[in-house]
Design a protein around this ligand. Structure first.
Ligand code: 8NA
Ligand code: MG
Ligand code: MG
Length: 341
């Protein structure tokens, strides 16, 4: 179990750092991905360590807050987001969330959930910024109901649109199930996520948001059903994945995609090196989709890392990425918190 905890946070950081190379790219040939990954083996390469972005910066705030307070404390978490942003504003934050982070820094703020509610004309953000940092909720809380409740609240500090926070809950639940070994039965894993999301998407706010955004009635369930269909196909192209699931910065266009990457790479895939283990394949495949590669690889890396454990992650990859040791230390401390519950 400790290995799975460490794999989850280190996997997330690796996905973020390694995925940064292709963030926003429309077409990423697999050759280029493999070249980028191959360069991680080369100790003498000149371009230095790969830097982490907003995904890891905010995930560290979540983990630090949960550990320091030994519970979910919205004020503490909001303060950490704000001071982290102030300390290192150049980590590639989404253009909308910056306004929230600035407001959260105000000592006069009475309600820390208010700045997020004011975003996008009062509709709130549906970006994947809540989901990209959700993994520590699965490591801090043992019970599914707590993972669900606190990942929602944690995301709502910046993402008040249900499409934003439901994406974060989905990501936290995927890591939660993966930690328990649920990926051993892939079809049960996806069915459990669909039934969890069905409950959440039947809530009135989610129904209203889906309607206002012209989406299907149960948007996450619809995408997860597509994940299931893709899993059953004999052959799936990168284009199929992009057109049916998406690769964008909206949570709806990236969380189900990250889950698909993990499921798809549970078995060897054409074009990916034979010597690659499951986590390496998952990250390589996430990068080849293009789009929001750092965040999709970060989320897929957390779910895959929770399944395969820390031993599956090459030392050369760990040494090439900023913030791995810190993530590993946080994972070990979260494990202690988890086991004392
Ligand atoms: P966010 O809350 O600013 O949302 C991201 C973007 O989504 C916004 O800037 C809008 O364009 C759009 N958006 C979200 N909600 C709405 C809405 N209700 N109506 C209309 N448009 C909306 O940021 P976030 O924290 O969700 O971050 C999302 C992604 O942005 C992450 O993947 C992160 O890595 C980052 N990102 C950064 C860069 C970069 O500049 N390096 C590039 C792509 C993504
Ligand atoms: Mg990022
Ligand atoms: Mg991103």
């Amino acid at each position: 179990m400790l290995s799975r905890f460490r794999g989850a946070l280190v996997g997330a950081v690796l996905g973020d750092c390694i995925g940064g190379e292709f963030e926003g790219a429309v077409d990423v040939p697999l050759d280029r991905v493999l070249q980028h990954l191959g360069a991680l083996e080369d100790d003498t390469r000149g371009d230095g360590i790969l830097q982490y972005s907003d995904d890891t910066a905010m995930m560290r705030c979540v983990a630090d807050s949960l550990l320091t307070r030994a519970e979910f404390d919205e004020l503490d978490m909001a303060r950490r987001f704000a001071s982290e942003y102030k300390l290192a504003p150049g980590r590639g934050y989404g253009s909308g969330v910056i306004q929230v982070l600035r407001k959260l820094a105000s000592p006069h703020l009475k309600d820390v959930f208010q700045p997020a509610k004011a975003q996008f004309g009062g509709r709130g953000s549906f970006g994947n910024g809540g989901a990209m940092r959700a993994a520590p909720f699965a490591l801090a809380f043992r019970h599914t109901a707590d993972v669900r409740e606190f990942s929602r609240l944690g995301a709502t500090l910046t993402h008040s649109c249900s499409l934003g926070y439901n994406g974060a809950i989905l990501q936290a639940l995927a890591v939660h199930l993966s930690l328990q070994g649920a990926l051993a039965l892939p079809s049960n894993f996806i069915d459990r996520l669909i039934s969890e999301m069905e409950q959440l998407e039947k809530e009135e706010t989610a129904q209203l948001d889906a309607k206002a955004l012209n989406l299907s009635e149960l948007p996450y369930c619809t995408r997860l059903q597509r994940v299931k269909e893709l899993m059953e196909r004999n052959s799936v192209s990168i284009e199929d994945v992009i057109s049916e699931l998406g690769n964008g910065i909206a949570a709806l266009q990236s969380v189900p995609t990250a889950i698909f990457c993990v499921l798809h790479c549970l078995e060897p895939r054409e074009g990916l090196p034979e010597q690659f283990g499951g986590l390496e394949m998952t990250i390589a495949y996430s990068l080849a989709l293009g789009g929001d590669t750092d965040t999709i690889a970060c989320m897929a890396g957390a779910i895959a890392g929770a399944h395969y454990g820390i031993e599956s992650i090459p030392q050369s990859w760990q040494k090439s990425c900023e913030g791995v040791e810190e993530a590993d230390a946080l994972a070990k401390r979260l494990y202690s918190l988890y086991t004392t519950q």
